[in-house]
Design a binder for this molecule. Structure first.
Ligand code: FMN
Length: 182
């Protein structure tokens, strides 16, 4: 029997290197037209000390991006490794639009309410955007600038307020082993 060696492409090699980049695991809270949503994201970083700014990279068709465009605010909830952090993260591993799940056949179901059964309270400074009661820390942000970059859309948010809510270690991609990179 002749064995076949699978040839790795240069793209496979680059992807592998990019998979090594560590990320925090966040839930981005948005609200518009009376509907709130939580979206798991790891492409989040601080980009300025003064004023304090963060950037989040969104998929072009994410419903959260639509709510930020409409409403101008969002929250960033950093999940906790301790307690129910991992179980909480698992509840957000789906788009709110089920039609986005690759391979799902048939008529798309109704939008999923990822916040159902999760303890949250609405932000005042980022009006209505959900703050997860069990998040290690949260930020309340106002969208200042939106830039399309490659296949994602960057939302630059001014940090209006932020607070540590619990002790613990932040949940990271190294801990979950989940990959959104490459
Ligand atoms: C571990 C993980 C990390 C993710 N990171 C991002 C991200 O940084 N940006 C993004 O737009 N989507 C990210 N996604 C996909 C979103 O959570 C989501 O499925 C999609 O963007 C649409 O969500 P929405 O319609 O609820 O806004 C990630 C998914 C997983 C499982």
């Amino acid at each position: 029997m002749v064995g076949h060696r699978i040839q790795r492409t240069e793209d496979d090699i680059i992807k592998e290197a990019m998979h090594e980049m560590p990320y925090g695991i966040y839930v981005i809270g948005t609200a518009a037209d009376g509907r709130a949503n939580g979206m798991i994201a790891d492409w989040v970083m601080q980009v300025s000390f003064s004023p304090r700014m963060v950037v989040v990279a969104f998929e072009r068709d994410s419903s959260s991006l639509g709510r930020i465009r409409a409403h101008g605010y969002f929250t960033v909830n950093l999940l906790n490794q301790e307690g129910n952090g991992m179980a909480l993260a698992a509840k957000f591993v789906q788009p709110s639009n089920p039609a986005k799940v690759q391979g799902r056949a048939g008529t798309p179901a109704a939008p999923v309410d990822k916040l159902a059964g999760i303890d949250t309270h609405p932000s005042e400074r980022a009006p209505g955007c959900p703050i997860l009661d069990d998040a290690l820390a949260f930020l309340e942000c106002q969208s200042e600038r939106i830039e399309e970059v490659g296949d994602h859309v960057l939302v630059f948010g001014r940090v209006l307020y932020g607070e540590v809510q619990h002790s613990g270690e932040p949940l990271t991609s190294t801990y979950t082993g989940w990959s959104y990179s490459g």
